[in-house]
Write a new protein. Structure first.
Length: 303
């Protein structure tokens, strides 16, 4: 078009094929804004004999409708399942659009996510995202999970097995769900891993546990790993973020033991993170992540 706002996201969906049955759409790496209209995550599309499963349908109805449109180009099978990786609004607020189009679709998530939606977390996110995007949420309403899952649980859709991975403590949040599509050798990591940007919502972010949950994801031995943000790939996708977290954890621990406080150690830790300086929101978030790690390591030391 001619650059005027036509109420549509100008992020043309980039559909990436991972296997004959598994695709994802790659969102923008920047936080929700007027330009990306809130489309910043990586919605997954998994085609089974019985129907389609969507992982994280995006931040609003507009994004989710884009996911539905892309799915229809791939198959005429209905969407029968939705998996939500965690409570942050950029990943799941599109649920309602899927339900509108496919009322029989079942939404699955971590038990704690269901509690948070019931407590009004969806409304809070819609407000935040509307401010950031200049109103792109439109008539989006929070529609939470129908069914909660447990760690190790396997759901069968057609002949395709979906294995649930839950850590059981705070990692990126306290309600992260990793979805392994067993036969396809694809793992949807949610924000337990990101590539090319740093986490921005740190209320329940736990550095050490996040590292341990990544290690659990390695044991799947899958071929393709889809981060919550950034491009999918092999194990290197997880390695990049894991190394970032490990440097922070190790250095903060070392400097804590030497008696430094967070702001004193920050320049020394940042020096070792050169490879990550180009990641979106590095300058904005790295100090806060170091501060979180510092508080958590102090806590670990006094247990």
């Amino acid at each position: 078009g001619c650059g005027k706002d036509n109420g549509k996201t100008n992020a043309t969906p980039k559909l990436v094929k991972l296997t004959d049955n598994v695709y994802y759409m790659e969102g923008d790496l920047n936080l929700p804004n007027k330009k990306n209209r809130g489309f910043m995550n990586n919605p997954g599309i998994v085609i089974t004999k019985k129907g389609v499963a969507i992982i994280d349908p995006g931040s609003n109805y507009e994004v989710a409708n884009m996911v539905i449109a892309e799915t229809k180009k791939l198959t005429d099978k209905p969407i029968i399942a939705v998996f939500n990786s965690h409570i942050h609004g950029d990943h799941w607020l599109g649920n309602g659009a899927i339900k509108k189009a496919y009322p029989k679709a079942i939404i699955y998530a971590h038990p704690e996510m269901q509690s948070l939606v019931k407590a009004g977390e969806g409304e809070r996110w819609i407000k935040i995202m509307n401010e950031l995007t200049g109103g792109a949420m439109g008539d989006t309403k929070p529609v939470g999970p129908d069914i909660v899952v447990n760690d190790g649980e396997v759901l069968k859709l057609g002949e395709t097995e979906f294995r649930m991975h839950i850590y059981g403590d705070k990692t990126h949040t306290d309600n992260d769900l990793i979805v392994e599509v067993v036969q396809e050798k694809v793992v949807f990591l949610g924000d337990v891993v990101m590539l090319g940007r740093l986490p921005a919502n740190l209320e329940t972010f736990h550095v050490h546990n996040n590292i341990k949950f990544i290690d659990k994801a390695f044991t799947t031995g899958a071929t393709h790993y889809v981060p919550g943000h950034g491009s999918a790939g092999g194990q290197k996708v997880m390695e990049a973020y894991r190394i970032f977290l490990q440097i922070i954890y190790d250095d903060v621990k070392k400097y804590s033991e030497e008696g430094n406080v967070a702001y004193e150690m920050k320049p020394k830790v940042v020096k070792r993170l050169n490879a990550y300086k180009g990641w979106v929101d590095f300058e904005k978030e790295v100090g806060r992540i170091i501060a979180r790690a510092y508080a958590q390591i102090e806590e670990e030391m006094f247990k």
